[in-house]
Design a protein around this ligand. Sequence first.
Ligand SMILES: Nc1ncnc2c1ncn2[C@@H]1O[C@H](COP(=O)(O)OP(=O)(O)OP(=O)(O)O)[C@@H](O)[C@H]1O
Ligand SMILES: [Mg+2]
Length: 362
Amino acid sequence: MNQTIIRFEQVVKQFDDDAPVLKNVSFDIEQGKFYTLLGPSGCGKTTILRLIAGFTDATSGTIYFEGKRINDLPPDKRKVNTVFQDYALFPHMNVFENVAFGLRIKKLPKAEIQQKVHEALRMVQLSGFEERQISEMSGGQRQRVAIARALVNEPEVLLLDEPLSALDLKLRTDMQYELRELQQRLGITFIFVTHDQEEALALSDEIFVMNKGKIQQSGTPVDIYDEPINRFVADFIGESNIVDGVMIADNLVEFVGKQFECVDSGMRSNEPVEVVIRPEDLNIGPVEGGKLKVKVDTQLFRGVHYEIICYDAEGNEWMIHSTRRATEGQEVGLYFEPEDIHVMRFGESEEEFDARLESYDE
Ligand SMILES: Nc1ncnc2c1ncn2[C@@H]1O[C@H](COP(=O)(O)OP(=O)(O)OP(=O)(O)O)[C@@H](O)[C@H]1O
Ligand SMILES: [Mg+2]
């Protein structure tokens, strides 16, 4: 069991008289894991990092670090460091001076500064770049300087605010591997912010999916991908087909006028629900034997698969990822298994959702 290093308890953040930008946010961060805050622009991701770093105050609620309340602790007394989105490097200083800056302020002995800066640069694979000017570094290298500058203070928690968003796709993927590898090697806690769901799925031990100042769902990438709690999460994490349905009984759900076996239970009989099926869980085949009849509208080749868009008799759109081509205008059968159907309750809280899932295992 990992130790809790940061705890938010009912944290509210409100600027002036505006509506709160964080609404009763509670979570635990465990030591040594890679966390990602994922959500659309303006949902409150940076605000959470600023509260952890101490750059802003909570309006109400409590923030704990290693069990102690830190609401009033100044930023320089907190064992966290931030890598900002724009890196915030000093352009007129070379790499060494950028990384050494914080240690100089702390008035560490010269030899110790030397040793720590070299060590931090080694960790981000920039040994030998000490004398380089920032203006002579690539985007990816600058990013690594920014990480070295944060790591040199030996934080227990590293906060990373969309550090990869300025990089091109190839460099971004390389840096994702490097970040993940660095976090595992150092064993410190990373809290990473992104609005890129693929990045979140690839990097994280735990993801907090946020919307409008609330954490909608938290869990491992697999949990969140496989069992989204509501339409927002299902839509935000990957492509989804979402249709309205009715829960007939335990393990039996109705949608598009037909009843299907499923693996969800614990709902009221005839409760209205939303049903999610991922495009990669759908197959097409002969109409006879298929679970639903649909008509192929369009298809696009996406490199590894075809993305096929179909419509059912009620006009619902179905996206299918298939390695097999379809024919536009053709009627086909949709094939899926009971475990591919994910039933979502309206208005279910994360606690209620978790309790319901746990009851399946018993
Ligand atoms: N100093 C401030 N004064 C007033 N409102 C603010 C201030 N800082 C942030 N906000 C508001 O708080 C909300 C959350 O902002 P935040 O920066 O946390 O979003 P974000 O999730 O990081 O978004 P992005 O992905 O665009 O960076 C936004 O609506 C923003 O306008
Ligand atoms: Mg932000």
